[in-house]
Design a protein around this ligand. Sequence first.
Ligand code: FPP
Length: 228
Amino acid sequence: MEDKNIPLHVGIIMDGNGRWAKKRLMPRSFGHKSGMNAMIELAEHAQKCGVKYLTVYTLSTENLSRPQDELDGLFNLFRKYFTVNVKKLYENNARVRIIGDLSALPADVAELLKKGEDNSPADAEFTLVFAINYGSRTEIVNAVNRAVEQGKKLDEKGFASLLYTGDIPDPDLIIRTGGELRLSNFLMYQSAYAELYFTDVLFPDFSGKEFDKALKDYAARERRFGKV
Ligand code: FPP
């Protein structure tokens, strides 16, 4: 595959953990744990493929109204990832970025996420962006309010700089696992010209091989950005 056909930034909606667990008569939390393992492998694989940014939709603003025991399970996974697993990411010369509203998370989790960013290598070749308590509509409304407060009239570039992703290039490819055909409030502004790839594979089964299929599909697309 030629380098120009490798997307710089891939976003992924990691859907299907609950169904994956249900099929195995296991609790949803088991699906999320398996999802975390799949995500760790995926990030390593994406970096090896030459992708520079991978944004993982880990918790949407809407997900925060899930039952408390499911949320507690997810928060425990964040605690584990950001104390143990993140070290391997750093060793691979990769960094962490967090997008979303951390103020609604347990304080110790928010603190760990901040540390995850702060302890990242400065000259990283790969960025793993966690979208946590993230929602595009909230992000856009916040950006509008900031612009109003600053009394600024903005162009597209200026507006984009006020989003959580101000320093991150727009995604070239958005993948959604788990069979649903929607974006669910994920990077709505940033993905205006992203290629979309949907698969029925449930996220815990989304292997490097499945990622390669998405890259192959992407490489065959003709991106015109509205031009002829
Ligand atoms: C949607 O699947 C998935 C989530 C709400 C959570 C995604 C989280 C992970 C993959 C774990 C990542 C963890 C860390 C620490 C990085 P769903 O549960 O809605 O699946 P369903 O549609 O089958 O019910």
